[in-house]
Design a protein around this ligand. Structure first.
Ligand SMILES: *[C@@H]1O[C@H](CO)[C@@H](O)[C@H](O)[C@H]1NC(C)=O
Length: 176
């Protein structure tokens, strides 16, 4: 074989210097890293679906007289009590606020009225300083009706405290 021909054959078999430079293992690793980083940046991100946190509420102890001011007439929230639990019904202002169909309940123990399906004054405990309405005289239907209301309120409104009678030990502790 001719010398020149032999040289050209060797030359053709070798990769060109340029190709050799690009195809180094280091470059392959760098490219892999780059692609991975790009994927990592652009991948669809899973955002943890947290339910909205309820606004922080201090759990308070009320008596009928301390609950009464929360009747919507003075810029305060609107509360009422059902079987000893105080609900914040401010978002239901159209119903429970001044001029609403259930305004009598605002700032009061609404238990008896709800059980009877009546929004009359005489459903409310008259003596705010006296014992809470024990509701012992309610019949089965009235109890069931009251329970139904409670379930609706539990879904819609926050419980912000409890109602106890004036002079109750818990009321005294809360005052202290
Ligand atoms: C509402 O609360 C105010 C005190 O903030 C009181 O003077 C008023 O008598 C209350 N209204 C009713 C209907 O209880």
């Amino acid at each position: 074989m001719d010398y020149i021909e032999q040289r050209m054959g060797q030359e053709a078999a070798k990769p060109t210097p340029e190709v050799q430079t690009i195809a180094t293992p280091i470059n392959f690793i760098l490219l892999s890293l780059f692609v991975f980083t790009l994927y990592y940046q652009l991948r669809p991100k899973k955002v943890a679906a947290l339910p909205p946190a309820p606004p922080p509420t201090v759990f308070q102890t009320f008596t009928p007289p301390t609950l009464q001011p929360f009747n919507g007439t003075n810029g305060k929230p609107i509360y009422f009590a059902v079987r000893g639990r105080v609900f914040d019904v401010s978002t239901g202002r159209n119903f429970y606020g001044p001029g609403g169909p259930y305004e009598n309940f605002a700032g009061r123990d609404a238990s008896r009225g709800l059980a009877h399906g009546s929004f009359d004054e005489d459903m409310l405990t008259k003596d705010l300083e006296g014992p809470l309405d024990d509701l012992k005289d309610l019949d089965a239907d009235q109890r069931e009706s009251l329970r139904g209301w409670e379930e609706r309120f539990e879904e819609k409104y926050l419980v912000v405290g409890k109602l106890v009678a004036v002079g109750d030990k818990e009321a005294e502790d809360a005052k202290a």
